[in-house]
Ligand binder design. Structure first.
Ligand code: BV8
Length: 265
């Protein structure tokens, strides 16, 4: 594995072999985490919570137990995150990934973007083949009927919000201790198994089963010797010394430089 730290006063260091691997790939799969949205002003879980939320641990709030105990507080936290996301814009990293998808479509490569993020900024940047394995802040589910749909008006008038059926509404995100959506996870696992180039971008890769997709992709590399893996992250992670290329820098700087090299701009 080679490590490509980027010093922030010059262009990120993009290895030529990685550019060639993208240009020669048949199928590219990407896993993104909260780090991809950080430059859009959306705090990651690791950033300490601010303001009235400073005293809470997100790992505690993002659970069914917290919702059962304090539905008003939990739904207010999610609604405030939803309102913040509505004011935020996709950053150059999101747009570069949308361009990479377009390049893959035009060059008959298959492309899949699996995201752990719940902010829908990938879609707002123009990405189409997006698998949301942790759900979305924009979809809420009635706990009485199970009815789930988009709620685009914000903020809710009171907490906890209620559905037309009178049941409590909860955000349709995957909480800690909850199973990931079966269909999305099956598609994500298939995309990690069948690709010949796998990127993990802006994630500490510590939350499972999402982080396990990296191991799925690496298994293919071990079996077929043709598949490659690349990490693009601000900080090293436990996978950094097991991928073919580890580029440490901001995704909003590295990804635009990468797509420029791939498109030979
Ligand atoms: C499951 C939606 C089983 C909600 C999220 C006890 C009981 C049950 C399960 C467990 C348990 N103990 C452990 C587990 C497993 C648990 C888990 O993995 N825990 C971890 C903490 C060890 N997993 C689960 O609970 C999963 N479910 O196992 O269910 C089951 C099975 C069958 C039937 C019933 C049950 C569910 C996990 C999903 C949780 N929901 N999100 C919400 O958003 O509120 S996860 C949430 O945290 C985010 O989605 C994110 O992916 C994850 C981590 O948060 P962050 O740290 O913010 O983000 P990330 O890790 O991506 O790190 C940011 C990175 O970006 C950093 O590395 C940083 O360096 C980098 N960065 C920052 N800025 C930039 C950057 N990189 C590039 N550029 C930049 N500018």
């Amino acid at each position: 594995m080679a490590d490509y730290p980027t010093n922030h006063n010059s262009l990120p260091n993009i290895p030529a072999e990685l550019v060639a691997a993208i240009q020669n790939a048949r199928a590219i799969t990407i896993l993104t985490g909260a780090g991809v949205s950080a430059e859009s002003g959306i705090p990651t879980f690791r950033d300490s919570l601010t303001g009235m939320w400073a005293k809470y641990d997100p790992m505690e709030l993002a659970t069914p137990e917290a919702f059962a105990r304090e539905p008003a507080r939990v739904t207010q936290w999610y609604d405030e995150r939803r309102c913040n996301v509505a004011q935020c814009q996709p950053n150059p990293g999101h747009f570069a990934l949308a361009e990479l998808e377009e390049y893959c479509t035009e060059s008959q490569k298959s492309f899949t973007l699996i995201t752990q993020n719940v902010d829908r900024l990938h879609q707002r940047a123009g990405s189409h083949r997006v698998i949301e394995i942790h759900g979305s802040l924009w979809e809420w589910r009635c706990t009485r009927t199970g009815d789930q749909r988009e709620y685009l008006e914000y903020p809710f008038e009171h907490y906890p919000p209620k559905s037309k059926a009178g049941g409590l509404l909860r955000p349709a995100v995957v909480w800690f201790g909850e199973a990931l959506p079966e269909h999305e996870m099956m598609m994500a696992t298939d995309a990690a198994t069948s690709c010949d180039l796998f990127f993990t971008i802006g994630t500490s890769a510590e939350v499972y089963p999402a982080a396990g997709l990296i191991d799925v992709a690496r298994q293919r590399k071990i079996r077929s010797r043709t598949a490659h893996t690349c990490e693009i992250n601000q900080d090293p992670t436990r996978h950094s010394d097991r991928v073919d290329w580890a580029i440490h820098g901001k995704s909003g700087e590295v990804l635009p430089a990468l797509i420029d090299r791939v498109l030979e701009r």
